[in-house]
Design a binder for this molecule. Structure first.
Ligand code: EPZ
Length: 427
């Protein structure tokens, strides 16, 4: 098992390009199940989650092949509709195959993904949505079994709003099912995240009829079939945000290119409130934080265009370097604070209670071995290591490899001392 050895204290400097988006690519891959034609996605990041979904799609009769940064998805002509538990349990986003399988074959059997370190993470909104489109949904032996009426899903009125706003993958899932429905569907309370807008653009280019992308109401006129999906996946807003926070907290000077600037509005505004000097263009951002003193704006995570929960852990690492007490409220996953205890091992002063954290700063962090609990928590620990005195060893970086493409190489190219090594001590 690999770990990262990070020696802190070097301000990041230089220029780096943002990779393709993990959360943008996953629903596009699942959407390739909707078509009888081959799909090709370009600029796909080399990530563990992408490979896991590719394996799952192959088990469902969609052959996948990586050629450099392109992913080809070629239907084998077999109408397989039962997703194997061994693959689904590895990644929650696997639930995204439910909608396309149901729409194309009339059946889908997908094991319930179960909870994860972010909390319980139900899929009730996905299932309610499929029922509203006319599917029969049963739960048995840990599996969801969804069946369309003879002749296909009729389509219908769907409400996707849940206790914490909409659901991103739930919107993608129901939208994909509605694409091939017999009639019109209206999805209310839909997620407005950029990843949903991208999915709609790709589907419409392939012949789907979907209106309202980027708003809470989507109108879908079902079509009989769509072509293969083709195009470039967009840059990853969460990788971009992570790199910007790394540049800021090391008081570095970094230009980020191929940067999805409009999608990062909430982060960029908050960085400016925190006193981080920034310049931005249409697709680049430059942080020049040499000698900056950081303030402590309140962070409240919320659905897009609010501050993203996937950048909450990284902000917590940043907040250890800001003056005074930073209040962080987690509005999407109230239990997403496992990184706090590990940051405390590095010397951070953090209290967590009732879905909020208070970070008292600035603190001089000092290197230590720490355990990554999930993808974004791992990134936060690496960021903390970049400013800690001495050596920080971040264990279980397989979490990080799920969503960051060669992060150690990107940070090293900016002058950081980050090394991937085999963890001799084990997990
Ligand atoms: C997506 O997960 C992302 N994953 C997550 O990124 C991200 O944290 C999350 O959206 C929120 O932005 C992918 O895109 C692959 P949700 P998703 O359904 O769609 C509740 C990362 O680090 N809810 O929008 O599964 C849920 O419990 C990952 O890259 C229900 O109550 O999240 C949560 O409180 C982690 N019932 C809220 O809604 C449901 O049926 C939002 O979850 C579904 C969700």
């Amino acid at each position: 098992m690999d770990c990262f050895e990070v020696i802190g204290g070097t301000p990041l400097q230089g220029e780096v390009e943002v990779a393709g988006s993990k959360n943008g690519t996953l629903p596009l891959m699942a959407a390739a199940l909707l078509s009888n034609e081959s799909s090709q996605l370009d600029g796909v990041p080399a990530l563990r989650d992408i490979h896991t979904l590719a394996e799952l799609l192959s088990s469902l009769g969609l052959n996948t092949r990586f050629v450099a940064q392109s992913l080809q998805l070629v239907p084998s002509g077999q109408d397989l509709w039962q997703a194997p538990y061994d693959l689904v349990r590895r990644m929650r986003a696997s639930v995204c195959v439910l909608g396309p399988l149901l729409a194309r074959t009339g059946h889908a059997s997908v094991p319930l993904p179960g909870g994860c370190v972010l909390g319980v993470r139900p899929i009730d909104l996905h299932l309610r949505g499929m029922e509203s489109l006319g599917a029969k949904v049963d739960l048995a032996e840990g599996c969801v079994l969804a069946t369309a009426p003879k002749g296909g899903l009729p389509g219908g009125e769907v409400d996707l709003s849940g206790p914490r706003g909409s659901t991103v993958l739930g919107t993608a899932n129901v939208l994909m099912a509605a694409t091939l429905a017999k009639g019109e569907s209206v999805l209310r309370g839909a997620a407005c995240e950029p990843e949903i807008v991208v999915l709609i653009d790709f589907l419409n280019s392939a012949g789907a009829q979907i209106e309202g992308g980027g708003t809470a109401t989507l109108r879908v006129q079902g079509v009989d079939e769509i072509h293969g999906l083709k195009g470039n996946v967009p840059p990853d807003r969460i990788e971009a945000g992570t790199l910007l926070l790394a540049a800021a907290m090391t008081r570095g000077h970094v230009k980020l290119t191929r940067c999805p600037v409009p999608q990062l509005q909430a982060l960029l505004d908050t960085l400016e409130l925190a006193g981080v000097p920034l310049e931005r263009g249409s697709d680049w951002v430059r942080v020049h934080a040499e000698g900056a003193i950081f303030r402590n704006p309140v962070i409240q995570t919320a659905p897009y265009p609010g501050y993203p929960t996937d950048l909450q852990a990284q902000w917590m690492a940043f907040a250890t370097q800001a003056e005074g007490t930073t209040l962080i409220r987690e509005g999407i996953y109230p239990e997403r604070f496992l990184h706090a205890a590990e940051l405390v091992r590095l010397g951070a002063q953090i209290e967590v209670s009732d879905g909020s954290a208070r970070v008292h700063g600035p603190t001089r962090l000092s290197g230590a071995p720490v355990l990554a609990s999930d993808l974004r928590a791992s990134a936060a620990l690496v960021l903390a290591g970049l400013v800690a005195e001495g050596k920080t060893v971040v264990k279980r970086v397989y979490h990080l490899d799920r969503g960051y493409e060669r992060l150690e190489e990107k940070l090293s190219s900016l002058g950081a001392s980050v090394r991937r090594v085999v963890d001799e001590m084990g997990p």
